[in-house]
Design a protein around this ligand. Structure first.
Ligand SMILES: *Cc1c(COP(=O)(O)O)cnc(C)c1O
Length: 374
């Protein structure tokens, strides 16, 4: 299907929600994608930080076909070894006690909010200005952008916002009825905004001093994206709840909530598709590819290399979650697409979120082209 037909069909069939990039993607291989005319692009957004091990990884293809031939769905009426093995793996990787699987990021945030309210008997959730946590009613209540929220108000009561990276603002927002503070270790949708050194540690202290929980949203930052398995690791904090999705499934829809010291009672939460055997086998493969191919270290190395190469520009973020300040996000993204590179953008920030398999030769192409375009 060519672009003009796709645009016409979109207008006829879909609500006008996505200001899509002008390309019809047909297939991918590792860090490259091809459009319907056979034009090759370097994929610098990975379907929004999702295709963590690249496209059509042979081990992923093998897992999906083998598991599809065995069993795609089982439900939570029964046990599956796939689900238990993945849960154990995630608990070991994170040091958290328990795991609840969801189908996406918003579902993980919904779960975290319910869990925090249940565990504390309080209703307040303090989120951050600039935060993005998803678009279902609970997750949306914790999302900052007025454009996303206002048409759907009233949202869930009890949500408030503090300024990101401003600890006195967080302190002022927390009170006796605060069930949890929810925070991204690095703001994702806002354009890879990194807080100052002790921010997360200070947020944790404020939460715990107030008897509230700390929810760390690792949906975008997790699984090597920021050069560590989890971006909060190394900050000296122990979150009560960690939300995961995006990179965990490498393109297959899957989320997870990891938690310690809090729990649900029977029947209080669930979902028909949650933690299906195919999804879990895919995630196990993603995690072992990340380990076997050293993708966490590669993310840090390539991220530092791109930052260094673009040091005459304002570049922020960590690992392969980078934001480049420009004067026109979409305009510059379109210019890069003409040159065979697909980034995304938030306002005027170009966002670089490639597969974690990115190599130096690809990074050089990105650095060269961005330097010429900006
Ligand atoms: C993408 C994202 C979400 C929402 O995930 P969906 O799978 O789109 O629902 C939540 N939090 C963060 C930090 C995200 O980047």
């Amino acid at each position: 299907m060519d672009l003009e037909n796709a645009m016409r069909a979109e207008k006829a069939l879909f609500p006008d929600l996505f200001n899509r990039l002008p390309v019809v993607l047909e297939r991918g291989q590792d860090v490259h994608v091809w459009d319907a005319d056979g034009k090759k692009y370097l994929d610098m957004f990975a379907g929004v930080a999702v295709s963590s091990i690249g496209h059509a990884h042979p081990r992923m293809v093998k897992t999906i076909s083998a598991q599809a031939a065995k069993m795609i769905h089982a439900s939570n009426w029964v046990f599956t070894e796939s689900q238990l093995t993945l849960a154990k793996k995630l608990a070991d990787l994170s040091g958290m006690e328990k795991v609840f699987f969801t189908n996406d990021g918003a579902g993980a945030v919904e779960t975290a909010i319910k869990l925090a309210r249940k565990a504390t008997g309080r209703t307040g959730i303090v989120s951050m200005e600039g935060a993005f946590h998803g678009r279902t009613m609970g997750a949306l209540s914790a999302t900052w952008s007025k454009k996303y929220r206002e048409p759907f108000e009233p949202l869930i009561p009890g949500f408030s916002f503090a300024r990101y990276d401003d600890i006195s603002s967080v302190e002022a927002a927390v009170g006796e009825d605060t069930a949890a503070i929810i925070v991204e270790p690095i703001l994702g949708e806002a354009g890879a905004i990194v807080p100052h050194g002790s921010f997360l540690k200070d947020v944790e202290k404020i939460a715990h001093d107030a008897g509230a929980l700390l929810i760390v949203d690792e949906i975008q930052t997790g699984f090597g994206r920021c050069g560590q398995m989890f971006a909060y690791k190394g900050q000296g904090i122990s979150p009560d709840i960690v939300t995961c999705a995006k990179g965990l499934g490498g393109g297959f829809p899957l989320g997870a909530v990891l938690f310690s010291g809090c729990d649900f009672d029977p029947g209080q939460h669930g979902g028909t598709y949650n933690g299906g055997p195919l999804a879990c086998e895919v995630a196990l493969t993603v995690l072992s590819v990340i380990e076997d191919e050293g993708l966490v270290a590669n993310s840090k190395k390539m991220g530092d290399y791109i930052k260094e190469g673009l040091s005459s520009h304002s570049v922020h973020g960590a690992g392969l979650m980078l934001g480049v300040d420009t004067d026109d996000g979409r305009g510059n993204a379109l210019k890069l697409m003409k040159r065979g590179i697909i980034p995304i953008y938030s306002g005027n920030i170009l966002r670089l979120l490639p597969p974690l398999t990115l190599k130096k030769e690809h990074a050089d192409i990105v650095i060269g082209n961005i330097s010429e375009v900006l």
